[in-house]
Design a protein around this ligand. Structure first.
Ligand code: FES
Length: 152
């Protein structure tokens, strides 16, 4: 094999491994991962939940920490919101801006979101916070990959 063939093999092999390895494919698909939060402990007050999952970028696998704001709405339904601001990606906090109680606040450029994640008009974010799909298994909250809302 000449130099060109050798280089091509080096590029193709990792891609082939990714394409045929079902374990890598399963991890890359954004399966639900367990948090440490018991569903019974979810209240109407948003609480910050950190969780870790394996992330596969091409052929690199690494452990990544994710964060969600989780609470039950007035109908008792679980809501899990991404903390990533839809303006420029800073991290939003709950109820930390004195003039705006019970809202998510982004300190970078004073972005605001209602409790349900909708962006407050007149502040920099132009879309609601992403939402995590979730599941309850054995009383524990599992989260998937955060998705933009359809009505955004
Ligand atoms: S990054 Fe959140 S308001 Fe700009």
């Amino acid at each position: 094999m000449g130099v060109g063939g050798f280089m091509a093999a080096g590029m193709i092999m990792p891609m082939a491994r990714f394409a045929i390895d079902p374990v890598l494919k399963a991890n890359a698909s954004g399966d639900l991962v367990a948090t440490k939060l018991k569903v019974a402990d979810i209240t109407e007050e948003p609480q910050r939940v950190d969780f870790t999952f394996d992330q596969v970028d091409a052929w690199y696998e690494s452990e990544v920490t994710g964060t969600a704001w989780v609470y039950k709405n007035e109908n008792g339904e679980i809501v899990a919101l991404s903390p990533v601001c839809k303006h420029l990606g800073c991290t939003v906090d709950w109820n930390t801006d004195e003039g705006n109680p019970n809202r998510f606040f982004c300190p970078c450029h004073y972005g605001l979101y209602e409790k349900d994640g909708k962006n407050v008009p007149g502040t920099p974010p132009l879309a609601p916070l992403d939402v995590y799909p979730f599941e309850e298994k054995d009383g524990i909250l599992y989260l998937g990959k955060a998705q933009p809302r359809e009505e955004a």
